[in-house]
Write a protein that binds this ligand. Structure first.
Ligand code: BV8
Ligand code: ZN
Length: 244
């Protein structure tokens, strides 16, 4: 693939890269996206599953949906897009700010990751906040109870209507202000406040490169939109380093 010379110039001079990723970067690993044609949410509305009220109304149903997704995630591997981002750490300061909860960036070897929407591999008790991982007990399709207080255990993901937890979002904003190039990979860029990340990067002078199959809400903010599969495009961007 021949990239436009303006991008090649910026890429050569850059010191700090930010990768803002969404479900599309994991599509080639076999994990369905949310809003695509076979999207996870086509069948059910997000509010029916990814919200605290849905969980409290029907904990077993929401737990079972996450178990289903956990099993898919456990059966998949990072793809060449995740690995290319991890490999770029050898040549640049690379930060990953992801909306994904599938842990694939970490499994591909990226070392600086902010998970804006949490992670499907962690769980915690809604009453006493005790954390539980897979190793702690055998998960089945019924919502588990906390060993300490018998409270309901939920996945450590951010649901609709919930504030983002921890330092992920402030960290992501700080990195957006400092990066030279912000790659926006595989996201429809409609979920907020996550979608503010590339907008902040743009406001602070970063060069915005969108990698997606099609135009998105963010496309008019992008300096360069590269259409295609991220699993094919990112390794070609990595190869630019060796040609520099
Ligand atoms: C909150 C975790 C404060 C659970 C998810 C403005 C400001 C603040 C809030 C809002 C606002 N406007 C609206 C809101 C409310 C809401 C929101 O954003 N709603 C949207 C739908 C309009 N936001 C919230 O509720 C957030 N909390 O704001 O707190 C607050 C508090 C109280 C009351 C009000 C506000 C919390 C949002 C977090 C929700 N949790 N996930 C779980 O995963 O189960 S969101 C979910 O969507 C996932 O995290 C996912 O990552 C995220 C974004 O989706 P994408 O990753 O972009 O995936 P999608 O399928 O949409 O797109 C995939 C893309 O990839 C496509 O473009 C496709 O073309 C492309 N693609 C496919 N294959 C490939 C590819 N590209 C390249 N290569 C390929 N091979
Ligand atoms: Zn508890």
């Amino acid at each position: 693939m021949d990239f436009k010379s303006e991008f090649k110039e910026k890429f050569k001079k850059a010191k700090s890269l930010l990768f803002f990723t969404g479900a599309g970067i994991s599509a080639e690993s076999g994990i369905a996206t949310f809003r695509g044609k076979d999207g996870l949410w086509n069948k059910l509305k997000p509010e029916e599953l990814a919200s605290f009220s849905a969980f409290m109304k029907n904990p077993d149903m929401v737990w079972e949906w996450y178990q289903y997704r956990r099993n898919i995630v456990e059966g998949t591997l990072p793809n060449s897009g995740h690995y290319a981002i991890a490999e770029l750490e050898k040549y640049y300061n690379v930060d990953v700010v992801t909306q994904n909860v599938d842990n694939l960036h970490e499994r591909a070897g990226s070392t600086k990751i902010d998970e804006l929407h949490g992670s499907i591999v962690r769980n915690f008790c809604v009453d006493c906040n005790t954390f539980y991982n897979h190793q702690d007990f055998e998960f089945d399709n019924k919502v588990p109870r906390c060993k300490k207080c018998n409270g309901l255990i939920r996945p450590d993901v951010v649901w609709f209507g919930e504030n983002l937890r921890g330092h992920a979002f402030p960290n992501g904003e700080r990195k957006a202000k400092e990066c030279d190039i912000c790659f926006v990979v595989g996201t429809s860029a409609i979920v907020y406040p996550a979608a503010y990340i590339p907008i902040t990067a743009k406001q602070y002078g970063a060069y915005i490169v969108e990698i997606n199959l099609e135009p998105t809400e963010l496309s008019d903010q992008a300096d360069y939109s590269i259409y295609g599969k991220s699993g094919e495009i990112l390794p070609q961007i990595l190869r630019l380093v060796n040609n520099n």
